[in-house]
Design a protein around this ligand. Structure first.
Ligand code: ZN
Length: 202
């Protein structure tokens, strides 16, 4: 069923109840997803000291592992640690964190996840400051001839998807807008039709 879905990747939100107020699930659920699909598993770690769990999430089946800028004391080292496991390395920015802070790690990144709402709960309001933030990041990457994915997560739906893609996003994470749609599969197709079809993975 997950293989037949219109989704190109599966984005899994891991919350520890410390970095974010909510608690979701851990590597056991990632393992279940791994058994159910061959599609890339995009694991978003909203946890403190993410470096302690990189190998465990890779072993569970993660293809992309994203840590938060705000939760990583030694971000450069952690990103290299992720790449050494064979996974793609991503960094996530909370709404208050500037993309300019990534200047010194852009070279070791496979993805930048721009949070378009405060992490921790689904279904919150989209923060529009995200759009100029993506534009700025796209400009920084173009100037350096780098091409990590730009992913947007939080409050993404048909009302803002096109604007985000135009601003320079490659990957849209959609939760509530898909699951609350009368026909989730056609909603994914409609959203994908707005931009390129990103089936290629690193
Ligand atoms: Zn997420």
């Amino acid at each position: 069923m997950l293989n037949e879905s219109e989704a190109d990747w599966y984005h899994l939100d891991i919350m520890d109840g410390v970095f974010v107020p909510n608690i979701s699930y851990g590597m056991d659920l990632v393992k279940v997803f791994r058994r159910l699909t061959d599609k890339p598993l995009d694991v978003h770690l909203m946890i403190v000291e993410p470096e302690r769990y990189i190998q465990a999430f890779r072993d569970a089946g993660a293809d992309m592992i994203t840590v938060h800028y705000e939760a990583s004391r030694h971000l450069h080292r952690t990103l290299e640690q992720i790449r050494q496991t064979g996974a793609g390395a991503g960094v996530a920015l909370n709404p208050h964190t500037s993309v300019l802070l990534l200047e010194d790690v852009l070279e070791v990144l496979d993805m930048v996840l721009v949070m378009s709402m405060n992490p921790g709960f689904g279904g919150q309001k989209f923060i529009y400051q995200t759009v100029p933030k993506i534009q700025k990041l796209r400009q920084m990457l173009d100037e350096r001839n780098l091409s990590p994915y730009i992913e947007v997560d939080g409050g993404v739906g048909m009302q803002n998807a096109e604007r985000l893609l135009q601003a320079g996003a490659d990957v849209l994470v959609a939760g509530s807008s898909i699951f609350n749609a009368p026909d989730p599969m056609s909603m994914i197709s409609e959203m994908k039709a707005l931009g390129r079809n990103f089936t290629e993975f690193i």
